[in-house]
Design a binder for this molecule. Structure first.
Ligand SMILES: *Cc1c(COP(=O)(O)O)cnc(C)c1O
Length: 226
């Protein structure tokens, strides 16, 4: 099956109100075009320079999402055009995004990455750290970023109940943060969870954005993926 068939199949499975982010990291530009030609307009990448290069080669009506670990010195590459940064995991990173956003005269939409898997190799804030960030003076002074919700990556496991538990935890943290910090705004409404192996489960548990790579574009070469 090719990219088009894969996309068609996935679109039939997911509800209309769940956004499908085609994760094209490591894939050549021809593959992105193949998805583009069948109306895919939302793409996700996890490396700042790769994202910038691809954005320059692709049509301008694409929404680019940054989904990987973001280093502060790379923020400048993506802030001028990125639609959503899924992976804010520190106040320091957020400050840098705000600073670059000011330079570019933009308001940048962000998600807080929450650590739900508790694996050494994964990034993200614990709930308490997210609360500390949201109550900090620095954050409350930032004018050029908007938090639109949370993102999480489930454990690498075959245990579906473990994954379900983690997704439930993310949803519950989302609700708590929304009630406590964002009750007066509609912006905070996204839960980015679910990848190729677990997106249907994520949708059952309340995901509003799924990030799907290999089920659309095929397996990636080992060593280049997350
Ligand atoms: C690579 C990646 C994905 C997509 O993974 P697949 O298993 O190929 O669907 C989703 N989210 C993040 C953060 C990623 O790095």
């Amino acid at each position: 099956m090719g990219i088009r068939d894969n996309l068609e199949l996935i679109r039939k499975q997911i509800p209309n109100d769940v956004k499908l982010i085609a994760v094209s990291k490591t894939k050549p530009i021809e593959d992105l075009y193949e998805a583009y030609y069948v109306e895919q307009r939302v793409f996700g990448e996890n490396k700042a320079q790769e994202l910038k290069e691809k954005a320059e080669l692709m049509p301008k009506d694409i929404e680019w999402h940054f989904i990987g670990h973001l280093q502060t010195n790379k923020v400048k590459y993506i802030v001028p055009f990125v639609s959503l940064i899924h992976s804010i995991d520190s106040l320091r990173l957020l400050s840098e995004v705000n600073k670059e956003a000011i330079k570019n005269n933009r308001i940048v939409s962000c998600l807080m990455q929450i650590d739900i898997a508790h694996e050494q190799t994964k990034f993200g804030l614990l709930k308490q750290e997210a609360i500390e960030l949201l109550t900090s003076v620095e954050y409350n002074d930032m004018k050029n970023i908007i938090f639109c919700g949370v993102m999480g990556i489930g454990s690498i496991t075959d245990d579906k109940e473990q994954t379900r538990y983690e997704f439930r935890e993310l949803k519950s943290i989302f609700k708590e943060l929304k009630e406590r910090f964002f009750s007066d705004t509609n912006n905070f409404r996204e839960i980015s969870m679910g990848m190729s192996d677990d997106y249907m489960l994520a949708i059952e548990e309340g995901s509003t954005m799924v990030r799907i790579g290999s089920s659309i574009f095929g397996a990636r070469n080992y060593g280049t993926q997350l």
